[in-house]
Design a protein around this ligand. Structure first.
Ligand SMILES: NC(=O)c1ccc[n+]([C@@H]2O[C@H](COP(=O)([O-])OP(=O)(O)OC[C@H]3O[C@@H](n4cnc5c(N)ncnc54)[C@H](OP(=O)(O)O)[C@@H]3O)[C@@H](O)[C@H]2O)c1
Length: 275
């Protein structure tokens, strides 16, 4: 039985029945991939890993020099763009497709943190954080998923955060953007699986990148211990190749997430006690 899918421009494409589709894992060899926020940290490590696995990778960021260094190593096309600007996500997707052709994989990774008292947060800063961490991934997904659906092939990876599952004091708006990404991923996964498009959420814990210095508050806790960005990159690669809908990295952080779901009051008591 076939269902119908409305793609951009109003045309209608027939798609196979959900029952014919199993395992949305994608082979990376020769795959056209876009990684946003690839000029630093998790995105840079992911771009390197995907290119090493045989993918054709376009790298996005704002930092021209960092992008050029990566491009020199990987032979990758670079795309510069500030994703807080209206239309930027669509422009980044179009530039990547102009370089590589139809995209098979998009890793929506670019993002930033914000830490401090919610009462003192400038509403303009909240808007900016939401624009980068939530609006841009939504617009990027909207730009690339119809094409993937029409081709019956593709994978979108959203880089979330452990705080999107658990919340975090002093990080309310950041955590809210990442919680929204988790919900976006789960909803899109269910909607797109029948047409052969995988949607994966990768939620890292604490990672050794410029993230904490950039948000203005270095990471100072002893635990959880920061993990290298390369570990998150491996989680992203595995999510793509195995079609994993949700990955928490490191894996043990799945325990507090499970606890907060199953016994929220116990989780809150423990979390408040151990801050
Ligand atoms: N580090 C952690 O502990 C951690 C934990 C959980 C989740 N995450 C998530 O992981 C993702 C990557 O972060 P990271 O740790 O790798 O941090 P990072 O090293 O600071 O990298 C952030 C990337 O996002 C890009 N970016 C930032 N603002 C942008 C903007 N306005 N427009 C376009 N690109 C922008 C940066 O580009 P430029 O450098 O070129 O400006 C950079 O490539 C983020 O979504 C973050 O929320 C990080």
């Amino acid at each position: 039985m076939a269902s119908q899918l409305f793609v951009r421009g109003g045309s209608v494409a027939p798609v196979p029945s959900p029952t014919l589709r199993r395992g949305l894992g994608l082979d990376l060899v020769g795959a056209a991939c876009l990684v946003t926020g690839a000029s630093s940290g998790i995105g840079a490590a992911t771009a390197r890993l995907l290119a090493g696995a045989g993918a054709r990778v376009a790298v996005h960021g704002r930092d021209r020099a960092a992008l050029d260094r990566l491009a020199a190593d990987l032979g990758a096309p670079t795309i510069q763009g500030d994703l807080t600007e209206p239309g930027a996500a669509e422009a980044v997707a179009a530039a990547a497709e102009a370089d590589l052709g139809p995209l098979d994989v998009v890793v929506s990774n670019a993002g930033a943190g914000w830490s401090g008292s919610f009462c003192e947060m400038d509403p303009a800063e909240a808007d900016c954080l939401i624009a980068l961490n939530l609006t841009a991934p939504v617009h990027l997904a909207r730009a690339v998923i119809p094409g993937m659906a029409a081709r019956g092939r593709g994978c979108l990876v959203l880089v979330g955060s452990i705080v999107g599952h658990l919340g975090a004091p002093q990080e309310a708006v950041y955590a809210a953007t990442k919680a929204a990404l988790a919900s976006l991923a789960e909803s899109l996964r269910a909607e797109m699986a029948p047409v052969g498009v995988g949607v994966c959420l990768v939620s890292p814990g604490v990672v050794q990148t410029a993230f904490f210095d950039r948000r203005g508050l270095p990471y100072s806790r002893r635990r959880p211990r920061p993990i290298p960005a390369g570990r998150v990159a491996v989680a992203v690669e595995t999510a793509i190749t195995e079609g994993r809908p949700r990955t928490i990295v490191p894996t043990w952080l799945g325990l507090p997430v499970a606890l907060s779901t199953l016994t929220p009051s116990l989780y809150r008591r423990l979390a408040d006690r151990w801050a």
